[in-house]
Design a protein around this ligand. Structure first.
Ligand code: F6R
Length: 614
C-alpha cells in the first residue's frame, strides 16, 4: 500500500528510482512521482497513473541528480490525481517528502499550519508532514533530522517517510512507524531506502530493517546513522538478503499471477522442505520449537488474518480440529481488534499474512500479545513487521508474490498449517501412528499432484471462455472445501470484476438458490470424501433449476460427470489435503476469465498488495 524508494549515491538517481517504482507498483498504482536533488536544485515530477505514465511525463524534461525519492500511490485521502501524487513539497520549496501510511491527526495540525502561513496544495494527509517539518526547522533552527524527529513526536498514525532538503543535498532522512522501511547499503557510500527489499536486491544484499519509531539519517559524508524518536542512538543491524532477482521477474509468463500459479509445485515443496521428514516419520518446525509444548497443551487456537490469508486460516480450523482436536476460532483481524475479544494466556494465536505488513493483522497481534497469548506467525516476507513481532513462527517460503491477487501464498500457508496440525496432532496423540505416516506420505506427493492439475490448463481455459461474460457466479464446497469456495469467489471478483459468492454447499438452499437460473455458473468442489454424496445432492438441486455446474471432481468420477456441465478432475488425496489441489483450477479460471475480459490481472483496479492502512 504505497511504495517508497529512495537513493543517495554517485549514480544518476532517476533510472534507479523508476526501476524501483516498477518493482513496488504492486503496492499501489494510482499515481507516481519522483523528487531529485542535483546540487541544491530540487526537481519534482509527478502525475496520476502508473509508473509508465510518469516516465512519459518526465520524457524530455530534466531529471538529473544523484539523490532522489520516488513514490507510487494507493489513494487514501484525496482522489488519485496529479496534485495528490507524492512527493509533496514545503511552501518554501526546500523540502520534498514521500509517505506510506495515514496521519490520523492531520486535520488539527493542518489548521494550525494554515494560520502560520503554510500553503496547502493537495487533499492528502501527507502534506501536513512536509509543512510541519519545514515549520519546525525554521522556528527551532534545527537540522532536517531533528526537525523530522520533533515533527513525528506530534503525529498520530502510521508512516514510512523519506525527506529531502534542498539546503542540505547530501542528506536524506527516513523514518517509520507501523509501515515498513528497508535500507540497502551499497558500495562507495551508496544507500537505498524502500518499502520492501524488491527494489534493493539488484544493487546490494546488505540491508537494515528499520524498527518502529526509528529515524535513519543517510549522509554522504558520514554514512548511515540511526536513532529513535526519543533521540537514543541505535546501532544498525546489517542483514544479508536471501532474495534472488529472478524471483522478481515474469520469467517468460505473460503475467506475474500466471507465473505464481505455476510456481506452486515448487513453493509447496519449499514450504515442506526440511520440515517433513519421511525417513524419520516426523514433522519438525524449527521456528516454533520453543513454543511446541505450549501449542500441544493449548486449550484453544485463535487464527487471525485478512482476505486470502483468512481463508487459509479457515482451512487451518478444519485441520487443527480434525488432526489435533484443539478448538479453533478464525477471526477477521479487522473485527477482532475492535471487539473486546476473550483472550486467555494459554491461547495460541496464529497470525497469517503473506506480506507480514497488514495493518489489521498487526493490530490484532498486538492486542492478543498484550493480553498474554502466545503468537505464532505464518508469513511469507522474511523480516516483515509481523514476522518480527510474533513470539515464534514458520515462514512459508513461497518466494516473492508480486501479482496483487494472492495465489501461491495461499497454498503455502495451507501447507504450513497442515504441517503444524500434523505435528501437534502427533504430539498430542490425536492421530494414530499409521494414519500419521499415511498422511505424511500423501502430503509429500502433493507437489506432483499440483503439477498434474496444472497440466489441465487448456481444458480450464476452454471453460473460462464459456463463462467469461457471466455477471454473477456461485462457488460451493463443504468441509475442507468450503474455504476454497470462498477463495475461488474472491479470486474471480478481484481480478475479473464478476460478482461471485462462496457458500457452504448446504447453505445454498437457505437463500442463494433463489439466484439460480440458466445464466448462473455454479462452481462446485465435489471430490470423493466425507461429504461427497451430500454435494452430489446439492449439484442436483442446482441442475433442477437449470444452473450451469462446473465441478471439481476426483479423477475417475463418473457420477458427477453425468450431472455437471463440465468437470475438472484432480488427483485423489485425503480430505485435509484437497484444498491444496482444488484451489488450482479456481485460480486458473479466474486468471483466464480476467485476461479474456481485458482486465489488468496483476494490478486489479482499486487494490494494492500489502494493506498497511486500516
Ligand atoms: C486476495 C488478497 C488479499 C490478501 C489480504 C491479506 O487475493 O491478496 O485478500 O490476502 O490483503 O494480505 P496479507 O496476507 O499480506 O496479510
Amino acid at each position: 500500500m504505497c511504495g517508497i524508494v529512495a537513493y543517495l549515491g554517485d549514480k544518476q538517481a532517476y533510472p534507479i528510482l523508476i526501476n524501483g517504482l516498477r518493482r513496488l507498483e504492486y503496492r499501489g498504482y494510482d499515481s507516481a512521482g519522483v523528487a531529485l536533488l542535483d546540487g541544491d536544485v530540487l526537481t519534482i515530477h509527478k502525475c496520476q497513473g502508473k509508473v509508465s505514465d510518469l516516465e512519459a511525463h518526465v520524457d524530455g524534461r530534466s531529471h538529473a541528480g544523484t539523490v532522489g525519492i520516488g513514490h507510487t500511490r494507493w489513494a487514501t485521502h484525496g482522489p488519485p490525481n496529479d496534485i495528490n501524487a507524492h512527493p509533496h513539497q514545503s511552501t518554501s520549496g526546500d523540502l520534498a517528502l514521500i509517505h506510506n501510511g495515514i496521519i490520523e491527526n492531520y486535520a488539527p495540525i493542518k489548521e494550525e499550519l494554515l494560520t502560520r502561513g503554510h500553503v496547502f496544495r493537495s487533499d492528502t494527509d501527507t502534506e501536513v508532514l512536509v509543512h510541519l517539518i519545514d515549520d519546525i526547522q525554521r522556528t527551532e533552527g534545527v537540522d532536517l533530522a531533528e526537525a523530522v524527529r520533533l515533527a513525528l513526536e506530534s503525529v498520530v498514525g502510521a508512516y514510512a517517510i523519506v525527506v529531502l532538503d534542498r539546503k542540505d543535498p547530501d542528506v536524506m532522512v527516513a523514518a517509520r512507524k507501523s509501515s515498513p522501511l528497508v535500507i540497502g547499503i551499497g558500495d562507495n557510500g551508496e544507500h537505498f531506502v524502500a518499502s520492501d527489499a524488491t527494489p534493493i536486491v539488484e544493487h546490494t544484499k546488505n540491508v537494515v530493517y528499520l524498527e518502529d519509531g526509528e529515524i535513519a539519517v543517510i549522509d554522504r559524508r558520514q554514512g548511515l546513522k540511526i536513532r529513535n524518536i526519543k533521540n537514543q542512538v541505535k546501532t544498525p543491524f546489517i542483514q544479508e538478503l536471501e532474495m534472488h532477482l529472478e524471483a522478481l521477474e515474469k520469467g517468460g509468463y505473460d503475467h506475474f499471477m500466471l507465473k505464481e500459479i505455476h510456481e506452486q509445485p515448487r513453493s509447496i515443496r519449499d514450504s515442506m522442505r526440511g520440515r517433513l521428514n519421511l525417513a524419520k516419520g516426523e514433522v519438525v518446525l524449527g521456528g516454533i520449537k520453543d513454543y511446541e509444548q505450549k501449542f500441544v497443551q493449548a486449550k484453544r487456537i485463535l487464527i487471525v488474518g485478512c482476505g486470502t490469508s483468512w481463508h487459509a486460516g479457515l482451512v487451518g480450523e478444519y485441520l487443527f480440529e480434525e488432526l489435533a482436536r484443539i478448538p479453533v476460532e478464525v477471526e477477521y483481524a479487522s473485527e477482532f481488534r475492535y471487539r473486546n475479544p476473550i483472550i486467555n494466556e494459554d491461547d495460541i494465536v496464529i497470525a497469517i499474512s503473506q506480506s507480514g505488513e497488514t495493518a489489521d493483522t498487526m493490530a490484532a497481534i498486538e492486542l492478543a500479545k498484550g493480553r498474554g497469548a502466545t503468537i505464532i506467525g505464518i508469513c511469507n516476507v522474511v523480516g516483515s513487521s509481523i514476522a518480527r513481532v510474533t513470539h515464534a513462527g514458520s515462514y512459508t517460503h513461497a518466494g516473492p508474490e508480486i501479482g496483487v491477487a494472492s495465489t501461491k501464498a495461499f497454498t503455502a500457508q495451507v501447507t504450513v498449517l497442515t504441517l503444524m496440525a500434523l505435528m501437534i496432532g502427533q504430539k498430542r496423540g490425536t492421530i494414530s501412528g499409521s494414519k500419521f505416516h499415511r498422511l505424511l506420505n500423501e502430503l509429500d506427493v502433493i507437489p506432483g499432484k499440483v503439477e498434474a492439475v496444472l497440466r489441465n490448463e487448456a481444458q480450464i481455459k476452454y471453460i473460462a471462455d464459456i463463462y467469461k461474460d457471466a455477471t454473477n457466479a456461485l462457488y460451493l464446497g463443504r468441509g475442507f472445501s468450503f474455504p476454497v469456495a470462498l477463495e475461488g469467489a474472491l479470486k474471480l471478483k478481484e481480478i475479473s470484476y464478476i460478482h461471485a459468492e462462496g457458500y457452504p454447499a448446504a447453505e445454498m438452499k437457505h437463500g442463494p438458490i433463489a439466484l439460480i437460473d440458466e445464466e448462473m455458473p455454479v462452481f462446485v468442489i465435489a471430490t470423493k470424501g466425507a461429504s461427497y454424496e451430500k454435494v452430489v445432492s446439492n449439484i442436483q438441486e442446482v441442475k433442477a433449476r437449470k444452473g450451469k455446474v462446473i465441478a471439481i471432481v476426483t479423477e475417475g468420477d463418473s457420477v458427477v460427470k453425468g450431472l455437471a456441465d463440465h468437470v475438472i478432475p484432480i488427483p485423489e488425496t485425503p480430505d485435509p489435503f484437497v484444498p491444496l489441489l482444488s484451489v488450482i483450477p479456481f485460480l486458473l479460471i479466474s486468471y483466464h476469465i480476467a485476461v479474456m475480459r481485458g482486465c489488468n490481472v496483476d494490478q486489479p483496479r482499486n487494490l494494492a498488495k500489502s494493506v498497511t492502512v486500516e
